[in-house]
Design a protein around this ligand. Structure first.
Ligand code: NAD
Length: 300
């Protein structure tokens, strides 16, 4: 039987609708709303389109949204001063600095300068530490891993007791999702293996997985015969493999492929995310969720 296709776009829409309704209720009761600042340095086209979508979504949620567009040659000191200003601004609950930053700016220094209690991207080492401790300590799970966990849960796949294999050990996807799923508690409690470029038998590990999460950035890395029949497959990979003319707009657009051979894998897996339309749309929903959590945290 072909797999259930996990529709990240639809799930993301329903999460955003829940957030929007909650924000409207808060506004009606307290006349306050969550505040998010998005800081963009330069005009890298991918960064511009990510930030534009974040701004549009935040406004749609009813948030106070401040967009800061800084020139590509802004000094590190000026950027740090801006971050500090928003750290102290009580109407702002989330600070997002769009990465990557130009080479003359130390990215680590900027991430470390964000108040961990406003770090809605969840990249600050304090938040990585909180994530590792788990339970009530975890404040802002990084958005892509949080989206992955939510997709699995909302697809009705049991995580507790499952064998989870994560392909990739990056700081933004592989390491955090592995840590989130091994915690004792709801939506986790799995047995987690992380495989990477140093792993000897990649296929053997993948074949054991009840839940296979692939974040390697290698198109078609995971072959259908690596998938356990009935497994839940979450393909995080977004790889540009060519270009095509969009039928809708007539413009040239990228052809995107995941890390899993989707067409063959869907005949074996129990459930699977497509690329695009799987993990991608969830990231922004989780950013909005973290901003709302931050608002509530500051309010209490
Ligand atoms: P990364 O390059 O930082 O890390 C990739 C990891 O995969 C590394 O740990 C590496 O060891 C492992 N890896 C690479 N090739 C491998 C191989 N042949 N065998 C085993 N392991 C291998 O990448 P990342 O930032 O974690 O992103 C991974 C993919 O996910 C990319 O395609 C990226 O575009 C995508 N991504 C998507 C979203 C989203 O949809 N919102 C967010 C983040 C990343």
């Amino acid at each position: 039987m072909p797999a259930l296709i996990i529709d990240g776009s639809a799930i993301s829409k329903s999460i955003l609708a829940e957030i929007k309704a909650e924000v409207a209720a808060i506004k009606a009761e307290k006349n306050e709303v969550p505040g998010l600042v998005t800081i963009l340095v330069g005009s890298n086209s991918a960064s511009v389109s990510y930030v534009t979508l974040k701004v549009k979504t935040a406004l749609d949620m009813g948030y106070k949204e401040v967009q800061e567009n800084l020139a590509a040659d802004v000094s590190e000191a000026d950027l740090l001063a801006m971050v500090d200003r928003y750290n102290k601004d009580p109407s702002i609950h989330g600070i997002l600095v769009q990465l990557p930053l130009p080479r003359h700016i130390d990215e680590k220094k900027v991430i470390y300068a964000i108040d961990p209690d406003k770090d809605v991207d969840g990249f600050h080492p304090v938040n990585i530490g909180r994530l590792l401790l788990g339970g009530d300590e975890a404040k802002f799970p990084p958005c892509t891993p949080a989206g992955i966990q939510e997709l699995i849960l909302r697809s009705g796949v049991r995580i507790s007791g499952a064998e989870v294999v994560v392909v990739g050990r990056s700081n933004i996807v592989g390491k955090p999702i592995a840590n989130m799923l091994l915690q004792k508690g709801p939506g986790a409690n799995a047995t987690v293996t992380v495989v990477h470029t140093g792993t000897v038998d990649l296929a053997g590990h993948c074949r054991r997985a009840d839940i296979l999460i692939v974040a390697a950035g290698v198109p078609g890395l995971v072959k259908p015969e690596w998938i356990k029949p009935g497994a839940c497959v979450i393909d995080v990979g977004v790889n540009r493999v060519g270009e095509k003319i969009s039928e809708k707009t007539g413009k040239t657009v990228a052809i995107l492929r995941g890390d899993v051979d989707f067409d063959a894998a869907k005949e074996i897996a129990g459930s699977i995310t497509p690329v695009p339309g799987g993990v991608g749309p969830m990231t922004i929903a989780m950013l909005m969720k973290n901003t709302l959590s931050s608002f509530k945290m500051h309010a209490s």
